[in-house]
Ligand binder design. Sequence first.
Ligand SMILES: CCCCCCCCC/C=C/C(=O)SCCNC(=O)CCNC(=O)[C@H](O)C(C)(C)COP(=O)(O)OP(=O)(O)OC[C@H]1O[C@@H](n2cnc3c(N)ncnc32)[C@H](O)[C@@H]1OP(=O)(O)O
Ligand SMILES: NC(=O)C1=CN([C@@H]2O[C@H](COP(=O)(O)OP(=O)(O)OC[C@H]3O[C@@H](n4cnc5c(N)ncnc54)[C@H](OP(=O)(O)O)[C@@H]3O)[C@@H](O)[C@H]2O)C=CC1
Length: 261
Amino acid sequence: MNVFQAGLFEGKVVLITGGGTGIGRALALAFGELGAMVVIAARREGPLSGVVKTIEDRGGRACMYTLDVRDEARVEEVVRGIWQDVGGVDVLVNNAGGNFMSPAVAMSAHGFRTVLDINLVGTFLMSQAVGRRWLDEGREGSIVNISATNAEYGSPLMAHSGASKAGINNLTQTLAVEWGGTGVRVNAVLPGPVRTEGSDERLWTDAALVERVEEGIPLGRFTTPRDVVGVVVFLASEAGAFLTGSLIALDGGERLRSLIF
Ligand SMILES: CCCCCCCCC/C=C/C(=O)SCCNC(=O)CCNC(=O)[C@H](O)C(C)(C)COP(=O)(O)OP(=O)(O)OC[C@H]1O[C@@H](n2cnc3c(N)ncnc32)[C@H](O)[C@@H]1OP(=O)(O)O
Ligand SMILES: NC(=O)C1=CN([C@@H]2O[C@H](COP(=O)(O)OP(=O)(O)OC[C@H]3O[C@@H](n4cnc5c(N)ncnc54)[C@H](OP(=O)(O)O)[C@@H]3O)[C@@H](O)[C@H]2O)C=CC1
């Protein structure tokens, strides 16, 4: 994104969970182009290695770890490894997420817990493993959580996702207060619907629904990964230095559509 200064993240390490596909991939490529050492972490090796290769082919630096953000021991092992291998983390983007569509009455408890575990518990575990080290070292850092606008209103067919993202919003504000004293900032971006590999496979399979949702967006289109990149880079940069505990909706006005009559 050429609105940002070249080399803006030179000397910084940016850790992105779920960096192999969708929004995470777009973030990884953007931070790579801005000079960061990019560390991506998710379950599948294939998408991760593709992103590392693309960043390196473009002259950037990147590495990858396989992990499940629900696995507390593995999260700790990976974060310890990152500190040993590249000297720590300056920016953590909690992007890994899961979702599927199901009426609440049909959703199994395991299905509900699965999405809560990935989105909310995963964000907590990653933030804790990184934040604990920042606090021990008296080091500044920035966390950007990828939440969603469904955190702010009813989330039909996505009860698990809406509840998890509302939890992420609250966690964002709690950690901002607890960790602000050492210069750690914690913010969240709340995208509206975004067309990605993961969401096209699970959410946006009904063409009529896609059309209806898109028509209801005041700015006339879905949020794009590129839109998310702009706000995340801004929050993680010096331009966002006095922002903490902020929840930034990024949806072209979609969440306000019911106010139009
Ligand atoms: C309009 C305005 C817009 C509003 C604004 C926009 C809001 C959008 C906000 C968010 C969007 C996104 O997150 S889009 C991100 C999409 N990307 C992803 O989801 C990628 C990662 N996803 C995954 O890995 C999987 O889909 C997920 C199920 C979450 C986790 O996989 P796991 O292998 O860990 O889990 P599994 O063992 O397969 O499944 C766990 C349980 O969940 C159940 N389960 C799984 N899929 C199911 C399904 N389709 N329907 C019912 N139940 C399902 C299984 O049956 C299991 O329950 P039992 O049978 O009881 O055992
Ligand atoms: N698409 C949309 O409409 C919206 C998406 N969001 C949020 O944006 C984020 C990215 O989603 P998006 O790019 O659309 O979807 P994708 O499915 O493309 O990306 C999600 C990524 O998360 C990783 N991931 C999922 N579960 C785990 C896990 N347990 N441990 C580690 N990594 C995991 C996946 O990699 P792997 O499978 O290899 O582990 C995948 O790369 C999510 O938090 C999502 O909730 C928010 C609002 C709207």
